[in-house]
Design a protein around this ligand. Structure first.
Ligand code: GTP
Ligand code: SPV
Ligand code: MN
Length: 589
């Protein structure tokens, strides 16, 4: 009798009508074969991969996408639950049967003349009870290679899936890369995603945002756990003790940088476990435990350099796991290495920009696309935590939330308890970035940094967070940070990047009860001189400005929060409405 996976492949063959079917095995030989094939293949009029200078960046390849396909397309992303209310005002919704009909129309015969890559993969370390089984089909060799880096593809996945019908199904075709025929459709109730017309990360690597967050958050809601847009780090103090943190920041707001942080403070070290997604369960001892379902980084290139993120520069130059892909950066023709703004001070004189044109140094446009990215295995990361593959995950002592805000939100504060923390995370606002094809720089509400990724009604999601708080016995502390405050001249007030370790050190002191707090209207502030500023040239007045409540700004903030909450009607838990009322009261609104 055919197994469920065989039946799925047959069904996909009938629908997509590929010339050939190739089932991925995850071997090293396969990686080499597919990268060499990709160097000979053209998609959409472009060679899929070009080899870069292996002396500088071993095992690295360059990919240039269609200029219309460089970021997630939230307006073309749908959550197709039986009712609109289940998807909530935070999602675009289509009724499942008409959504499927639309997708079937696009997918029918879409792989004629192409190879269908069947990718069996596991999200999470295969030994973990928290790991999940998945299969994606795609006609893009770039997507197939990227999935090998970002997830655990091959034998172990096939073994786990072979006798089970319980696996995620992802159907992807790059189609003709036409934005008018581009859709990313989620069917949480069927553990299914259909994606057509884009080869870009979050739209096409279906194990990532589509499964591990949108479908995952829905599964977590059903099963009593959380799927979050979060990094996982272990911070080692001089006494050797490691404290584990989760950190949620909207897209292109500093997760990768924080996940690979090289602290400026003597004796501290950050161990990396994840830079984008965390699955958080309540462990048997009642503490929260997190695993990273992914196996690689799909990170923002611009701004990555030896000063801002030295560990990532070392990761990109490591060749343990093959290959590393660079997408839509520029290329320095003098030495055939990828180049982006921030990797060197000097702009090389012979650059090809991300669209394949000779770059004019005097141009006011960047040479690398603002959302150009690298795809690299987490096993290449020199600070990878020895606990990364621990099937139980790591116990969490603190959760850091943040947004990109030029004003209003202080550098750091702490929520007085879990429920207050859930409220604080539910009112996060952030300026939009180039990670999504929206207007860049507009402030929008982005609760828990999950607005584009929550696969069900966000009102229910808030209640789920409160319920997790009841289910767990020992809860982490919740902190709010903002690395992005600007002064009157538009300059960042806080140095950020490696200096963020100063704030993390304070958080560890808080977890250990070594330092007190000062209460304010919005939460708990550090005591005077509690943040280690040793060796940092920052004015006392600047610190004071970074650590206070601007009442007038907060009054404006309240208006935006109320507008956002209103969209959810009676779905907002009473508990959060009470916190909002309390906040208004304290601010005198
Ligand atoms: P996704 O991969 O899209 O989910 O994003 P991410 O949160 O991992 O983004 P990443 O860490 O790559 O951040 C990208 C942008 O944030 C770059 O432009 C960085 O220069 C900037 N950035 C990161 N950390 C800091 C910081 O501490 N201060 C300032 N000012 N900018 C930062
Ligand atoms: C993000 O946009 O939050 C990313 C990149 O991490 S993507 O995989 O496209 O979602
Ligand atoms: Mn992300």
């Amino acid at each position: 009798m055919a197994t469920s996976i065989e039946l799925f492949i047959k069904e996909m063959q009938d629908l997509l009508q590929p010339d050939e079917v190739y089932i991925m095995d995850g071997s090293q030989e396969e990686a080499e074969r597919l990268t060499s094939l990709a160097q000979k293949s053209e998609v959409d009029g472009r060679v899929v991969l070009k080899k870069l200078n292996v002396q500088e960046y071993p095992s690295s390849y360059y990919h240039r996408s269609n200029p219309n396909d460089v970021a997630r397309t939230e307006h073309l992303t749908f959550v197709c639950t039986p009712t609109k209310e289940q998807a909530g005002p935070n999602n675009n919704w289509l009724e499942p049967s008409s959504a499927k009909e639309k997708m079937m129309g696009l997918l029918k015969g879409a792989m004629k003349g192409r190879t269908m890559y069947v990718i069996p993969f596991v999200m999470g370390t295969p030994q973990s009870k928290y790991a999940k089984n998945c299969v994606q089909v795609t006609d893009s060799v770039y997507v197939a290679l990227s999935m090998r880096v970002m997830s655990r593809v091959g034998k172990q996945a096939v073994e786990r899936i072979s006798n089970s019908s319980d696996f995620f199904r992802g159907i992807h075709s790059i189609g003709d890369v036409n934005p008018d025929r581009r859709f990313i459709m989620h069917f949480p109730h069927e553990n299914l995603v259909m994606s057509f017309g884009s080869g870009y990360g979050g739209n096409a690597l279906l194990g990532k945002k589509c499964y591990s967050l949108r479908i995952g958050s829905y599964l977590g809601y059903q099963e009593g756990w959380l799927a979050e847009h979060m990094i996982i780090i272990g911070v080692q103090a001089p006494d050797g003790k490691v404290t584990y943190f989760l950190g949620a920041f909207p897209s292109a707001c500093g997760k990768t940088n924080l996940a690979l942080l090289e602290p400026v403070i003597e004796g501290y070290k950050v161990w990396t476990l994840g830079d984008d997604i965390a699955w958080v369960n309540v462990g048997e001892d009642g503490q929260l435990y997190a695993i990273n379902p992914e196996a690689g980084f799909f990170g923002v290139a611009p701004g990555t350099g030896v000063n801002t993120n030295p560990v990532m520069m070392r990761t990109l130059k490591n060749d343990k796991f093959f290959p590393t892909l660079f997408t839509n950066t520029a290329v320095d023709n003098s030495n055939n290495i990828p180049w982006w703004e921030g990797v060197s001070k000097e702009i090389p004189s012979d650059l090809t920009d991300w669209q394949g044109q000779k770059y004019d140094k005097n141009s006011d446009k960047p040479a690398a696309h603002l959302n150009s990215r690298f795809t690299v295995s987490i096993y290449n990361c020199p600070t990878l935590s020895p606990e990364y593959d621990n099937p139980s995950g790591v116990p969490i002592s603190g959760i850091i939330f943040g947004g990109r805000r030029r004003s209003t939100i202080p550098l750091v504060y702490e929520a007085k308890n879990w429920n207050a923390g859930v409220f604080t995370a539910s009112i996060i606002g952030s300026e939009t970035t180039a990670a999504s094809t929206e207007q860049v720089g507009a402030v929008r509400r982005d609760p828990m940094a999950m607005l584009p990724f929550c696969g069900y009604n966000m009102g229910d999601y808030f209640q789920h967070w409160l319920n997790i708080g009841k289910k767990a016995k020992k809860l982490p502390k919740i902190f709010m940070v903002n690395w992005f405050r600007k002064d009157e001249d538009g300059k960042f007030m806080w140095p950020g990047f490696r200096d963020n370790s100063r704030i993390i050190k304070w958080m560890i002191d808080r977890v250990e009860g070594k330092t007190g707090v000062v209460e304010s209207e919005i939460g708990l502030f550090p005591e005077d001189n509690a943040i280690d500023l040793n060796g940092l040239d920052i004015k006392k007045e600047t610190m004071a400005k970074l650590l206070r409540v601007d009442k007038e700004d907060w009054k404006k903030e309240i208006v935006m929060i109320e507008e956002f909450y209103a969209k959810f009607g009676n779905k907002i838990p009473q508990e959060l409405n009470n916190y909002l009322a309390e906040l208004k009261n304290k601010l005198g609104v």
